[in-house]
Design a protein around this ligand. Structure first.
Ligand code: C2O
Ligand code: CU
Length: 469
């Protein structure tokens, strides 16, 4: 073959290979600015498609606020600062614990002192009105340096919650831009109430920012409520030693019905999730990597290999709705494949076989009973978190839930697992439904639950450089 012909054949072959790749690359590029509601495709879950307005008409997210003109019961100002890879709120990390009583109106003024990428606050687990949800690019614009934003919401349910930035959240939460929110007023009785926000800073696991063992001051026999909050991106296992038994009093801000005594078991706390443990002092709660809360002189017990299964823990109680009467049925199938995400080659997450941003928009109407089947064949665990709603677990891998209603906002979905969950669509808005391994969310494991008549004036990207996760 003549040299020029060889070259021609070679380049034709190259083109045949690279041409489609180039097309996939091009097709994967995410526009610099876009309306989340215009991306991907609507999935109506077998329900009516009517009333799905795009950019025009309908209710704006921005109007879904708490009543104005009412004085707040709790008012807090939080000033966010960045110092290298560290982030603080009012000069500390975690930020101050916010305390409120169920039904109170909480007002938080977020001030951005110097965070270049901008900040927001999301009230993880609190079913707030949509405009207060803190998702940059969907429910508000990121708050740039020198600016501030006021959040106002009623805390409808007692329990353990947390707040964190939802702008460039992987870096900001990892760097410390978070804090605990405790809403009192449930029926769980205790003498000592202890928040335990678990976070790994630069490879060191901490409790409320403190590595190693923190001391528990509770007289013998006093009942301790330890509110574990997993603010990391992976699951943690906690265990209690020095006691004959303990209980799980609440999960994700919902009291467990009829919790029985537990011994020789660890408790899994999914990323973003909360578990409230109840035990009589003296005792010791370990969360791994040497971080613990302990009564004086109590050494670490061995971590029990068995893990408590919430599918069968506690006693059944009415859900308040009938999942069998579901009006929408969705699949949230998590996979992984080689491809391009925004022009970058890699192994990317898929949702129902689609890669971000070509992912489903789960469409509902107010009052719908929603069933969702979440399955994971991606090779890794995903802590799935739906904003604005609490859902209940109906089954895992075909085994029905038989314990207390397992309400959650953050669910550890292991590789190979399938959960059927249900909830009532009772909080209009556009809500993120994503993996709380925040790196995974940033890599596209993020979808939305959207009410058919709700639109958003906010844009991902744009002048505020809003980032979805
Ligand atoms: Cu705690 Cu969308 O996050
Ligand atoms: Cu994930």
């Amino acid at each position: 073959m003549r040299r020029s012909l060889k070259v021609a054949v070679a380049s034709a072959a190259t083109l045949a290979v690279l041409g489609p790749i180039g097309w996939f690359w091009q097709a994967s590029r995410v526009p610099a600015t876009y309306d989340m509601a215009e991306m991907g495709y609507a999935d109506f879950g077998g329900g009516p498609a009517s009333g799905h307005h795009h950019a025009s008409g309908g209710t704006s997210v921005a109007s879904l606020t708490s009543p104005s003109g009412v004085a707040p019961d709790v008012a807090v100002t939080l000033t966010a600062r960045r110092d290298g890879s560290r982030y603080t709120l009012n000069g500390q990390t975690p930020g101050p614990v916010i305390h409120a009583v169920r039904g109170q109106l909480v007002q938080v003024t977020l001030v951005n002192a110097n965070v270049p990428d901008g900040v927001t606050l999301h009230w993880h687990g609190v079913d707030v009105p949509n405009a207060e949800d803190g998702v940059a690019g969907v429910t508000q614009d990121a708050i740039g340096p020198g600016r501030s934003f006021v959040y106002r919401f009623v805390v409808p349910d007692a329990g353990t919650y947390w707040y964190h930035s939802h702008q460039v959240s992987d870096a900001q939460v990892r760097g410390g831009l978070f804090g605990a929110l405790v809403v009192s007023g449930d029926a769980v009785a205790s003498d000592v109430d202890q928040v335990l926000a678990v976070h790994t800073f630069d490879g060191r696991r901490t409790l409320n920012g403190v590595p190693g063992v923190s001391s528990l001051s509770a007289a013998p026999g006093r009942v301790v409520r330890a509110r574990l909050i997993n603010t990391d991106s992976g699951p943690l296992r906690a265990w209690v030693s020095g006691v004959s038994s303990f209980r799980v009093a609440a999960v994700d801000g919902r009291a467990v019905v009829g919790p029985s005594d537990i011994s020789a078991k660890s408790v899994l706390v999914t990323a973003g999730g909360r578990v409230d443990l109840l035990f009589a002092a003296p005792g010791r709660v370990d969360v791994g990597a040497g971080a613990a809360l302990a009564s004086a002189g109590l050494a670490a017990g061995v971590q029990p290999p068995a893990t408590l299964d919430l599918l069968t823990y506690g006693t059944p109680a009415p859900l308040g709705f009938d999942p069998a009467a579901a009006t929408r049925n969705f699949d949230y199938r998590i996979g992984r494949r080689i491809g391009f995400l925004d022009g970058k080659p890699g192994l990317w997450w898929t949702i129902n076989g689609h890669e971000f941003p070509d992912v489903p928009m789960f469409m509902v109407s107010t009052g719908d009973i929603v069933r969702m089947t979440i399955s994971n064949s991606s090779g890794e665990v995903h802590p799935m978190h739906l904003h604005g709603h609490h859902a209940v677990v109906l089954s895992r891998n075909g085994a029905a839930a038989t314990g207390s209603p397992w309400w959650f906002d953050s669910l550890d979905v292991g590789d190979g697992d399938t959960y059927v969950i249900a909830f009532v669509a009772d909080n209009p808005g556009i809500w993120v439904d994503h993996c709380h391994n925040l790196k995974h969310a940033a890599d596209g494991l993020i979808a939305h639950l959207a009410y058919t008549d709700v639109t958003t004036p906010y844009r991902v990207g744009g002048p505020s450089h809003n980032r979805l996760s």
